[in-house]
Design a protein around this ligand. Sequence first.
Ligand code: SAM
Length: 386
Amino acid sequence: YKTIVEGTTKVSVPVPPPDATFPPSAAPVFYNPEMELNRDINVAATAAFVKRLLSRKELLREEVRYVDAFSASGIRGLRIAGEVGIHATMNDWSPEAFELIKENIKINGLEEKTLATRKSANVLLHEQKYHIVDIDPFGTPSPFLDAASASVRSMLSVTATDTAPLCGAHLKAGIRKYAAVPLNTEYHSEMGLRVLLGACARELAKHEKGMSPLLSHVTRHYVRAYLDVLPGTKQTDRTLKSIGFSIHCPKCGFRGPVYGLAVHIEKECPVCGASTQIAGPLWLGPFREQAFCDEVISELEVHPLNTKDKAKKIITFCRDELDIPMFYDQHVICKELGASATGIEILIIALKAHGFEASRTHFSGTSFRTDAPIAEIKEIIRALSE
Ligand code: SAM
């Protein structure tokens, strides 16, 4: 074991054997240093959300309950207790993890603000209600979304590391886990995010809770979402209006949303007449709230975080993305046209100069969103290349 520091929290974690695979699955308790960015953003996003919660004047800070349902070393929950200052429950069913969590609580002197539990996450979440439920399991969160939705009162934070099923690379696994058909296109990362958000909305709906995404991002090999939970049938029905399908034309690159669950979907591409592909059900609404992104950015400034600059960049990109589902990739279009790519900023300026809306995305450096029709996008890219 060695002691590491993230933010202002000290945590004892196992040193993986030198020949361990990555992430270090051979270690008795899981700790992945690569997820520090995810945890740093979690500190800032949870701090921002707690401020909102307290401003409603229904709760005192010491009454807010957060659960880190898959805690391993306890680092995620400890950071929330120590750096955000609310009560955190750290749960893990592994005996080694449970002992380590208790030791790490002592190291940080957080006995008053924390509780360690050793339960099956689903059992704990069905037994107890928490204002903020954070689920960060191995791989897919899908088997835990029902219990998390039952437990949560105010914010649901979810990590999914099963990007291959979510993004359509492992199609059948994606269908099994999320009851949605993904499409493996150039915007597969956004597909994964929208499959996950759609699944969360449907799980919450069973418990008569609606949702509104506060912040979500796809970083490296995981998807992370922070969802404002809105109890009540009215909010739930309104939430489900953002569920629908996405049409994709493999021939010309046309893509478009179709809202609703029982809807008529034309098979022919409206642009070129080729046979289209359909993905869904998906979340088609905004995947972040701009004001919340600003609040998170402010929190990043006040907390000492190692990954602050990276975190700020991701959240700024998220904030500034247009709310138009399914980004385009400049390189994919260039390849089809035999055109050469310009800098992405030049393309954005050109699209705007033609009277369209356009923005970059946080998903990749070559991606962009626009309300321009595919034919116009191609014209503009062709002209820039010449
Ligand atoms: N949240 C941690 C962090 O940020 O470092 C990482 C958690 S790790 C990905 C998943 C943990 O969940 C493991 O420690 C494992 O023992 C625990 N776990 C897996 N299935 C569980 C279940 N059904 N109930 C409770 N704990 C579980």
